[in-house]
Design a binder for this molecule. Sequence first.
Ligand code: AMP
Length: 610
Amino acid sequence: MPNPAAHLPFYYGSISRSDAEEHLKLGGMMDGLFLLRQCLRNLGGYVLSVTHNLRFHHYPIERLMNGTFAIAGGKAHCGPEELCEFYSKDADGLCCPLKRPCNRPGGLEPQPGIFDSIRENMVREYIRQTWQLEGDTLKQAIISQAPQVEKLLATTAHEKMPWYHGSITRAQAESRLYSGSQPDGKFLLREKKEKGSYALSLVYGKTVYHYRIGQDKAGKYSVEDGTKFDTLWQLVEYLKLKPDGLIYYLRESTPNPDMPTETATPAPPAHPSAFAQRRLVSQNSDGYTPDPIGRGKKGRILPMDTSCYESPYSDPEELKEKKLFLKRNNLIVEDMELGAGNFGSVRKGVYKMKKKHIDVAIKILKSGNEKAERDDMMKEAQLMHQLDNPHIVRMIGVCEAEALMLVMEMASGGSLNKFLSSKKDEVPVNNVVELMHQVAIGMKYLEEKNFVHRDLAARNVLLVNQHYAKISDFGLSKALAADDSYYLAKTTGKWPLKWYAPECILFRKFSSKSDVWSYGVTMWEAFSYGQKPYKKMKGPEVITFLEEGKRMDCPPKCPPEMYKLMQQCWTFKWEDRPDFSTVETLIRTYYYSIAARTEERQEEKVKNYS
Ligand code: AMP
């Protein structure tokens, strides 16, 4: 997750208070000399260390629920940099205004926090082992779900720390600490019988002392109601630097004998049973389930928890049976109609595979259709059959029986535009960013395969649930030859002009870059919660509007960063427009930065411990 202080020359990363004071001493101790460091207690927080009258003052800066930053009791600022700028003009309660940054000496990089350095490996391993994903599917899951998984890890990471001994008794803890040498500061952490309660057992002067670690209502941990921390591993790291009421610092941990020794790649926290349970719970359409992993809060179903994240053919035994043409007696067509189009209707159904039954959507060509329509439908099926991505509706196959039927994965949440217009007040804008990021992942995949979609629009993004989107409707799509960069349409057709880039309308040229333009229009639809683009204009008027250099306005709730991206997608010349690889990176960076804020627990006021 990007650290908004990482670029600041006076940011030192995860250093202790005494190291901060050393740097300030070396910096000359003048009034208003300051530096910034990572807060070890709350996720995403900082500490501002300032000198005044030859004394040190340390002010914790907390990241608040809405993503802003504030010193307890002070004004909120949009980032740590803005906060420092503010206090450089006005002391506003600090010992003095900030006068001079104490910059890092040349060559000294900010010190990574304990969690920063192992985070990437942990996220990968956690996803790999929990959902048994490999290869590209694993990569996609990491990209789309890293913020959620990081949050989960941050609160359960202690379970894989060598000092965590799980649920052992006080007597067992003592026997483990008394075995071998007993240096001061040797410690372990154990779970007590009462839920959410832990104990810290610490050796000092050959005696073991036990301290109770409790959780307050906000879920923060503290030893005997002392300094509060978001996570147990942060509490331990902090107590290694500062005894904070304990008889001694934490020094050497007693490794848990029951824990397999891990090497380079830390294994994920032990939650297999909880996740197995998660995979079984039936989900609501909003993607939430009452309490799937026993965290006492609403837990979110992740895309990987659904049955349509991986291809139904990811099982090698099912893959052996994979064919484009499906047997009619393996298909159950239900009466329920999911939608309709010129070709006919889309009905709900079930497809019986070798080992499992899957829910499917069946596009049925209505009788009396011309051969041309049949051919189009077959082309769509053949094209989709070559695609396999978690953010693209997969084609299971075709069934020729009472009618020609395309059998696809089911995305029961309906289209993105309808969903957003019906849930305007319930779906936060960050949720829209999350879904549009997934659309970008799917489109980047198409770009890599040299496929052009040609009909990307919010109506063609279907939802599995509120947090899981898939691109559908490949009726106009084309697979380009390896050395072609665009498709030249022979004639114009019944085209969705408002979604089309200028080169499509003017020269009938279609490429991934023209899909990027459509992606910008789809973003506009999504951030305006299902409004129709270029509302008052007719299709042909749109091109004049664009040629005059005009673009649609920023929708009211749309973050400026997302409007900027839309505008980049609407770069007139396709050569200058970003590709999906760039678009995906841009929206991912923004999504990660806001995901960190929205997933944040309600923070309680931090007391100033200076
Ligand atoms: P289409 O002609 O592909 O746009 O499909 C028409 C409508 O059928 C869509 O707007 C959806 O409501 C529904 N539909 C199409 N494909 C699916 C699917 N894979 N899962 C669920 N509903 C679908």
